[in-house]
Design a protein around this ligand. Structure first.
Ligand code: MD3
Ligand code: FE
Length: 217
């Protein structure tokens, strides 16, 4: 696969882009920390490997998932929930790396959420073809806290709808180093990720990693 210079050129951090009430896109915000974030993500994945969770409906998700921090999001035949331990190992999730917490707090503050205190970080690993169908994030107790997401590696088309499933979703192409903050009236918006296009990222190869920081408890 040919590497496109244009696709791989990261976006320098400019100004916050407000995409909906409570939703802010910070393009290139994590670029200066990307090396540290990737190294820390690889350590998390080594301790708690990415796995394809099964939905309550019995389907295996195409995105590989793991967690770090006090709580981790899991799914199985009995439902979705946050768990203090990795069901695969019985051990606590790896601690949230300092550089993870730092980027999440800085991004939340930039978007106007000054007291974000995430206790969960979901790490999503995408290979070409992996996708996330439209859904709401509503397994968290405190819906006044925002969610911060950090994109690393291959570009993804992010689908961002409204709080009504049937309304059409806007599309945003998220690149390596882009950060988004979703809170307030956008906290329960439907969203998803289109099937990942193949490519070859200079740092991550044929992969995308997304970090989502949440206040779960
Ligand atoms: C918009 N992950 O893990 S994060 C997820 O790229 C998830 O892996 C996507 O959706 C990914 O649940 C996108 C962006 C995101 C997260 C939470 C949101 C967007 C959101 C909550 C409300 C609205
Ligand atoms: Fe989500």
């Amino acid at each position: 696969m040919t590497r496109s210079l244009f696709d791989e050129t990261p976006t320098p951090y400019l100004a916050p882009e407000r995409i909906a009430p409570g939703a802010v896109l910070l393009r290139g915000f994590a670029l200066d920390l990307a090396g540290a974030l990737l190294q820390a993500a690889e350590q998390v994945i080594a301790a708690a490997p990415l796995r394809h969770l099964v939905t309550p409906g019995g389907r295996s998700m195409s995105v590989g998932m793991t967690n770090c921090g006090a709580l981790g999001w899991v799914s199985d035949r009995s439902g979705y929930r946050y768990s203090a331990s990795d069901p695969q190992s019985g051990q606590p999730w790896p601690p949230m790396p300092d550089c993870f917490r730092e980027v999440a707090l800085r991004a939340a503050a930039q978007a106007g959420f000054e007291r974000f205190n995430p206790d969960a970080c979901l790490v999503n690993g995408y290979a070409p073809g992996a996708r996330l169908s439209l859904h709401q994030d509503k397994d968290e107790c405190d819906l006044t806290a925002p969610i911060v997401s950090v994109s690393l590696g291959l570009p993804a088309i992010f689908l961002f709808g409204t709080t009504t499933r049937s309304e059409p979703a806007a599309r945003y192409r998220l690149l390596h180093g882009d950060v988004a903050v979703w809170g307030g009236p956008s906290r329960l918006a439907y969203h998803g990720v289109a099937p990942l296009a193949d490519g070859d990222h200079v740092r991550l190869g044929r992969r995308r990693i997304n970090l989502t920081f949440r206040r779960a408890r």
